[in-house]
Structure formats: C-alpha cells, structure tokens
Design a protein around this ligand. Structure first.
Ligand code: SF4
Length: 383
C-alpha cells in the first residue's frame, strides 16, 4: 500500500457530506465573525497551484489503488459496501486518504468541495488552473463547490466568475448570516447587506448555483425581528438557488460568548427562534429558492421546501409545533437534541417517546441541572 497524504481542512457544509474535500486555502482570511470559532487562532494561507495539484495527483493514485484492490478481491473494480468497510476498518493498513477516497467513490464520486472558508481570494487565473486540472484528472466529476465571502465575490467581475464557472465551479456557498446591517456590524461580518446582494446577484448572473446561509437566532432578543425581515429582503433581491438555515449555538470559544456573559447579547429560547423562522419564511416573496434546514442544530428539520409553492406547508409545520402544549414542546426539544426525534410525527412513535421520557425522568430524578442547560449541552455536542 503506497503512503498517501492529502491535506484536509476542518469543515464542509452538511450538503457536501459525500463530496471529496480538496483544500485550496487554509483557514479564513477574515476570521473575525464573533459567532464563529472554526478557524480561531489559525493563520490564513493560500495553497499554491502546485501544492493543490500534487494533492489531486495523490488522490488519483489512491483511486487507482482502491480500484486495484477491488479487482484483487474479485469485485471487478466495483466499490462495494464490503470493500469500503474493509478499508475503513483497517486504519493502520490504509491511511486517511484511502478512507476518504473509498467513501467518496462508494457514494458516487461525482462531487468535490473546495476547502476552506474563502477560496475566491485566490487569483482567478490560479483557481481556474486548479479547477481545470481537477476536471482533467477526474472527468466524471459533475459538481465542484466552494465557500466564499460575499465581500470577496462582490470584488470579482462577472467575467471572472464566468471563467470560474467555465472551468467547473458549479456552486458557491455564501454565509449571508443576516441581511440586517447593524447586526452585520455587531457580529463583525465585515460586509454590508448591499454587498451581499451584489455578490449574490453576480454569482447567479455568472450561471453558478448559489447557497445562502442564514443563522437563526443571530439577532438575539434585541434584533430578532429586524434580522428576520431584512434577511428576507436581501434574499428576495438575490433569489438564491438555496436558502440554508442553521441555528445559533454560542460556545465559550466564540467572542459572542463574552457579550452574553456581560448581558449585552441575550439569546432567544427555542420557541422564540421558531417564531423568528416563521417571520423569515413569511417575508420571503417572489423567489423560487429551495429552503433547507439541513443542519442538526435546527429544531424543526422538516421545515423544508420549494418556494413559493411549499411556503404554506413550511409555515404549517411551525404552527403545529407552536400549538403544542409547553410540556410537549419541551419533550420534543429534548428528544430532538438527544438525536431521537427528527420530525413532529415522531412524537406519535411510542418507542421513541418511551426513550425520551426515560431521559426526562432521569434528569428530574437527578435534579442536578435544569432542562435548558441539558438541552444546551446536547446542542454543543453537535458542533
Ligand atoms: S467569514 Fe466565515 S469562516 Fe470566516 S470568521 Fe466569518 S463565519 Fe467564520
């Protein structure tokens, strides 16, 4: 088995769970958003075109080795579940790159996600070179995606974005977070709503698919209403392909935590965040985006759908939750945060109910921590 090392960054969006991860930059060139700790203390750097191409070459060698292994096991080059398990269960024999590649191939081998936080800071011609090399090496790749900051995108010309599209960049994930300017400033996002709109429109005009991420709860008790309404306003102007929400969870390592300790920022509770989500969805008008709740931190994962036709369906899920008695809402929240419930219909599943009730009874019997604290700790385990 050949030695193989491919550099990897720490995160990818949930929708890229089955994508091959290719690190093009290290960390975040901005690194100041107060609700984000992913790259805290890590220095940003560009990876050179040669470095990234070397990783692509290594991945190609590992792909060949995995296919040879399949043939030697009589599988004819097919990547089966048994082959994937065999490689995953022998970490000493197969370095990380093998495990990554076999999972990628087993799940289709069609998508690649470029890491880390803002690859568009690369010179466009360098990124084009990387994309073209990637496509030449793996012609079967259908989707290449990347995170980018709106500020950086708004500084690119349509022609540059078009060149990236031509070279293979098919989707950009932008952390909009909020469209409310005072809140953008408060969290140190380093971008204005106007720039967010400009960036989003440019991405779409260049023919690149666009995901915009919104952080539910980011306005706290003080700015939740403006956060919902003005975020919807930005989204209404951009009409992104995807609106993806994730719920705020503040860890001690985040700057925002200090503001909470000092009483300057007051977190909303789950029910208030759900009301905010309702206002956000209600305020989305005249767009055809797909609304996705594809993050484990979101309480109501089933609030998903295509706008405008499924807006009513999404609001109905929220209304159904809000109409539950308080004990039932708490029961659902605990079950959801414990990873047992996924939808409100699961409340009718007697087996899951018993398990959630058992956890609740244990919490009450021990009486050490209030329910809110336990739910908060469970949420932390998801980050
Ligand atoms: S731009 Fe993104 S990765 Fe960088 S600090 Fe802000 S939220 Fe975190």
């Amino acid at each position: 088995m050949t030695e193989a090392y491919v550099e990897q960054g720490p995160i990818r969006p949930p929708s890229e769970a089955y994508s091959l991860l290719l690190r093009v930059t290290r960390n975040c060139p901005w690194n100041r958003c107060e609700f984000c700790h992913t790259y805290r203390g890590q220095r940003f750097s560009l990876r050179t075109v040669e470095e990234v191409e070397r990783d692509i070459d290594t991945i190609r060698e590992v792909v060949s080795a995995v296919i040879s292994l399949s043939r030697s096991q009589g599988l004819g080059g097919e990547i089966t579940a048994s082959l994937a398990n065999y490689i995953l269960q022998h970490p000493r024999q197969f370095p990380e790159a093998y495990r990554t590649v076999v999972l990628w191939l087993y799940t289709g081998g069609k998508n690649v996600f470029l890491q880390d936080a803002n690859n568009l800071v690369h010179k466009t011609k360098d990124l084009v070179e990387i994309l073209e090399y990637l496509k030449r090496t793996f012609p079967s790749v259908e989707r290449i995606t990347s995170y980018a900051r709106a500020k950086t995108v708004s500084g690119k010309s349509i022609e540059e974005l078009h060149d990236l599209r031509q070279a293979g960049l098919s989707r950009i994930h932008i952390g909009l977070e909020t469209g409310h300017d005072p809140l953008l400033k408060y969290i140190q996002k380093g971008v204005t709503a106007r720039e967010q709109i400009d960036a989003g429109k440019k991405v779409k005009e260049a023919g690149i698919s666009l995901s915009e991420y919104v952080v539910l709860g980011l306005g706290g008790k003080g700015m939740w209403r403006e956060h919902a309404i003005e975020t919807a306003e930005v989204l209404n102007q951009v009409d992104p392909d995807f609106i993806r929400v994730r719920t705020l969870k503040v860890l001690k390592t985040m700057v925002l935590y200090r503001k909470i300790e000092e009483g300057e920022f007051v977190l909303q509770n789950d029910d208030e965040v759900v009301c905010e989500e309702r206002l956000l969805i209600e305020s989305l008008n005249g767009i055809g985006s797909t609304f996705a709740s594809d993050h484990i931190l979101n309480l109501l994962e089933e609030v998903e759908g295509k706008l405008p036709e499924e807006k009513g369906k999404m609001l109905a899920v929220i209304d159904r939750y809000l109409a539950l008695p308080k004990e039932e809402r708490d029961h659902f929240r605990l079950g959801r945060r414990a990873g047992l419930y996924r939808s409100l219909n699961d409340l009718s599943d007697p087996e899951i109910r018993i398990r959630v009730d058992e956890i609740l009874a244990r919490i009450e019997a021990e009486g050490r921590e209030p329910l809110e604290k336990i739910i908060s700790q469970l949420m932390e385990s998801f980050i």
